[in-house]
Design a protein around this ligand. Sequence first.
Ligand SMILES: *Cc1c(COP(=O)(O)O)cnc(C)c1O
Length: 402
Amino acid sequence: MNSDLAINGGAPVRDTFLPFGAPHLGEEEIAEVVATLRSGWIGTGPKTQRFETEFAEYVGSQYAISVNSCTAGLHLSLLVNDIGPGDEVITTAMTFAATANVIEHCGARPVFVDIDPISLNIDPAQIKAAITPRTRAIIPVHFGGLPCDLDVIVEIANQAGLIVIEDAAHAVGTRYNNRMIGSIGHLTNFSFYPNKNLTTVEGGMITTNNETWANKLQVYRLHGLSRDAWKRYSSHRLMLSHAILPGYKYNMTDVQASLGLHQLRKLERFLEVREQYASRYDEAFARFPGVTLQPRPITPGMRHGLHLYVLILDPAHFSIDRNEIINALLAENIGAALHYRALHTHPYYQEKYGYKPEDFPHAYQVGERILSLPLTPAMTDADVQNVIQAVEKVLTYYHVGS
Ligand SMILES: *Cc1c(COP(=O)(O)O)cnc(C)c1O
């Protein structure tokens, strides 16, 4: 192997770029989309309804309400609880911008809490400390697909009269104490964005066991009308719909659900492949000096959904920083990525609330040291081997000390 790094002019580990999080779409998805396009009903309709039913069965929730993104779902989850100006919502500092943006959309205040530096999930002890009389909800994120300690978080919430709205964008297929994520918290939000474990291009799902919220969500997601278009159309009778509130335009379409139906059927197989590939990464990286991995539960009642496979680099062991290491991997044609810089260090949140990086030291530190490797069932064994080769090549080159 040529040990000259591609970023220094050497030959890259592979000739073609391996993208981060490529979707795995098969002929079944394509045929279903085509059939939907030919059916005469392409908007929200029977396939969206079937996808909701099958998704609820999969996670074991009573209700599943489809939306056009996880962000929309999180927004509505706050709105159906009348969360607005003067209210506070607690969330993790180690997450994607959407998790906190939706709190801002409601006019409420996001209150960040630090992570546990090992699990990378929100630290329940610090949630307790952040509760004030204005706190209304907690939004935990199952980071990378590792389940948060939900029993503890739900208990804290119940004691304080708060709602738990999970950001489960990484956690479709994640299991916690023998229950699927989506069946535990008050409201759970999944993402079907292109690089997520299951994709509908854009899309999301809200699950809940609460009938009142489920009914409200159906009204809020489509203009605030008391009946959706498909129900009116399929009844073959004039059915009046009433605008009962100024709702949103957050509905999923049958074209998207056509993908979702088949992706859901394949999901368990996808998760097995993710697990296989992650095990090969573990073998290669677990003992690499200066590299820490996110732990994965080994008890059968728990399952890491493996949306992300992350490396945390100890800067004492490398002569360049994390950003430069990602650039070196990209030059090798490996689509390494960054999830995430701590949210409280981003200009909007820093300037509006005066946060300093050290306010949440673990999230800050992890956010400066973390990187994500490509991990998707669309990859071949050879792709996995290329990732391992490139990471070993780059990290060995820049390694310092013993
Ligand atoms: C992807 C993602 C979202 C947003 O999902 P969309 O479906 O794109 O709205 C929210 N939170 C986290 C943690 C994510 O990774």
